[in-house]
Every structure is written in structure tokens, then in C-alpha cells.
Write a protein that binds this ligand. Structure first.
Ligand SMILES: [Cu+2]
Length: 102
């Protein structure tokens, strides 16, 4: 077997996002959308989580909702920052109370 000696392999130092080889200009705003954690009062079980999740999911621009009754925290991912009044209204509609941002 003949060993093919490759001198100066480009891949050794030319990593795509290495400090020297900037391919994205080091932009920090790669992640699209915003994530906000809200504190909700009154959730006690999975049903509560589901009710809150359903109402908040109905807000335009919301892409992901994760409600946790144990902590009372609801993580909302949206394409753009949400109006807190809209979130409050949705939580109120579900039958719970928005305490504020966690
Ligand atoms: Cu419940």
C-alpha cells in the first residue's frame, strides 16, 4: 500500500467558522425569533399546562410554548417579541394569571 503524503491539508486549519476563516462574519443574531419565560400562577397539573400552551400558541408569531406546572414557568418562543398584554390575555383566557417575566 502506497502512502500518499499530503502536505498542508487545507482542512487542518481552514475550519469553516474558525477565528481566521470567518464565513458568517461572526454575527450573533443567527437565531431567529425570541424566547421569553413567563411566570404563571395557578397551574397545578398537565391539564393546566395544556390549557396555557394552547392559548399562548394561538397568539400570532408564536412558534413554541412549553409550560411547566411544577415551576409555574412558561417558555414561549416567537418570531418576534410578543406584547405582554397579548400573553396576559391568553393566559387569562386559559384561566390562569400572568405574574410576569421569570
Ligand atoms: Cu391542572
Amino acid at each position: 500500500m502506497t502512502v500518499e503524503t499530503t502536505t498542508g491539508t487545507p482542512a487542518a486549519t481552514g475550519s469553516c467558522c474558525s477565528p481566521s476563516g470567518s464565513c458568517h462574519g461572526g454575527a450573533a443574531d443567527v437565531q431567529i425569533g425570541s424566547t421569553t419565560v413567563y411566570e404563571v400562577k395557578g397551574m397545578t397539573c398537565g391539564h393546566c399546562e395544556g390549557a396555557v400552551t394552547e392559548e399562548i400558541s394561538a397568539i400570532p408569531g408564536v412558534t413554541s410554548v412549553k409550560a411547566v406546572a411544577a415551576t409555574g414557568q412558561v417558555t414561549v418562543v416567537s418570531a418576534a417579541p410578543l406584547e405582554e398584554s397579548a400573553v396576559r390575555a391568553a393566559i387569562d383566557e386559559a384561566g390562569y394569571e400572568l405574574v410576569g417575566r421569570a
